[in-house]
Design a protein around this ligand. Structure first.
Ligand SMILES: Cc1ncc(COP(=O)(O)O)c(C=O)c1O
Length: 374
């Protein structure tokens, strides 16, 4: 049995090495390393895959969020609603741009922000809701979009962990994550479901005006070369990364299927263990299993993870502290007890190895040890 890893990027590369190598060498010899034709091709192919009008590639998923917020031209005292149980990127860019992050608690089943909490958090200064499709499953977009339209708010979806998942926005109408709100963003961080060999990100929208604005912001705010129409940033996806991503995009649905197969194995083997709550699948969203995140219902987490580690089974805790209790965001004035579900999840969740290359022998070993240790 191969050693078990949280992600196995080398094995994934080796499966399609000739195609990736050819694409990279073509880009190297094309020598347009910045904004080369591969970037345009990838943007168009990703737009087709997502069913969205425009995709703007950029340097990483955090920049994607920042550029999206900059394009909305918000008043300086704006409040932006985000989940407290979350990766830091959304909150960081809200704060960096001088807006106020307003946290809400999450659903203990889906780990996504709760619509009723969003409603309670709305004030006259609220301008944006940022749902984060955590671990590979969509936030409740129907409810979020109806709240947003009633209160005239923007919706920026962070799909860094859920690219390719779909949400049933109305009966018989599925849409890809990130194409339901006004803007969607993603990350191509290597371990993501569609990952490159470095940093990368993208922004998507059906709104041509917003798309033009975001493309301009990502390119130093230039309309034409050396004509700066607005304050921008320098955020580009390298041509080499785009060449690689264009190849991998063709395999994304296969990658998702492999993740779903591994998760089905875990589910079949572990569902009888009372100590664990396995990931919930919302009937309106497909789950693309960026993570297979278990909630521990009984017993201590640290010794269990230690024993798994000793058996050669790595695990990760996403996320060990909710954002409202982090030092950097203490200035917002939140305290322990404000978001009990987020706090409880931070103490009880852990993620098992999840990637496209998990062999049945590895999955069997992991499940056997999980059973032995409970
Ligand atoms: C939910 C979420 N949002 C945003 C990001 C930021 O992406 P990047 O690391 O490419 O800046 C990540 C990356 O880990 C993420 O998981």
């Amino acid at each position: 049995m191969k050693p078990i890893q949280m992600v196995d990027l080398v094995s994934q590369y080796e499966r399609i090495k000739p195609e990736i190598d050819a694409a990279l060498f073509k880009a190297i010899y094309g020598s347009q390393y910045i904004n080369g034709p591969e970037v345009k091709s990838f943007q168009q192919n990703l737009a087709n895959y997502l069913g969205v009008k425009r995709v703007i590639a950029c340097a990483n998923g955090t920049d994607a969020l920042q550029i999206a917020l900059m394009a909305l031209e918000l008043p300086s005292d704006s409040e932006v609603i985000v989940p407290a149980f979350n990766y830091v990127a959304t909150v960081e860019v809200i704060a960096l741009l001088g807006f106020k992050p307003v946290f809400v608690d999450v659903d203990p089943d889906t780990f996504s922000l709760l619509p009723e909490q969003v409603l309670k958090a709305i004030t006259p200064k609220t301008r944006v809701i940022m749902p984060v499709h955590l671990f590979g499953q969509c936030a409740p977009m129907s409810e979020i979009m109806s709240i947003a339209s009633r209160h005239k708010l923007w919706v920026v979806e962070d799909t860094a962990q859920a690219i390719g998942s779909t949400y049933q926005i109305e009966p018989f109408k599925d849409q890809k994550a990130g194409t339901i709100g006004h803007i969607g963003t993603t990350s191509f961080f290597p371990s993501k479901n569609l990952g490159c060999m470095g940093d990368g990100g993208a922004i998507y929208t059906n709104d041509e005006e917003l798309a033009d604005r975001m493309a301009m912001i990502a390119g130093h705010g230039q309309k034409q070369k050396y004509q700066y129409e607005r304050v921008g940033v320098n955020s580009r996806l390298d041509t080499l990364q785009a060449a690689l991503l264009d190849v991998k995009l063709r395999y994304l649905d296969g990658y998702i299927a492999a993740r779903r197969k591994a998760s089905a194995y875990y589910r079949e083997q572990l569902s009888s263990l009372d100590r664990f709550k396995l990931p919930y699948e919302h009937p309106r969203s497909t789950h693309v299993y960026h993570q297979f995140t278990i909630t521990l219902l009984q017993g201590e987490r640290a010794p269990l993870l230690q024993k798994l580690q000793e058996e050669g089974i790595p695990t990760m805790i996403y996320y060990p502290s909710p954002l409202h209790l982090q030092k950097a965001y203490a200035y917002l004035g939140y305290k322990k007890g404000d978001f009990p579900v987020s706090e409880q999840l931070s103490e009880t969740v852990f993620s098992l190895p999840m990637h496209t290359e998990l062999g049945e022998d590895q999955l069997q070993f992991i499940c056997e040890k999980m059973k032995e240790l409970t």
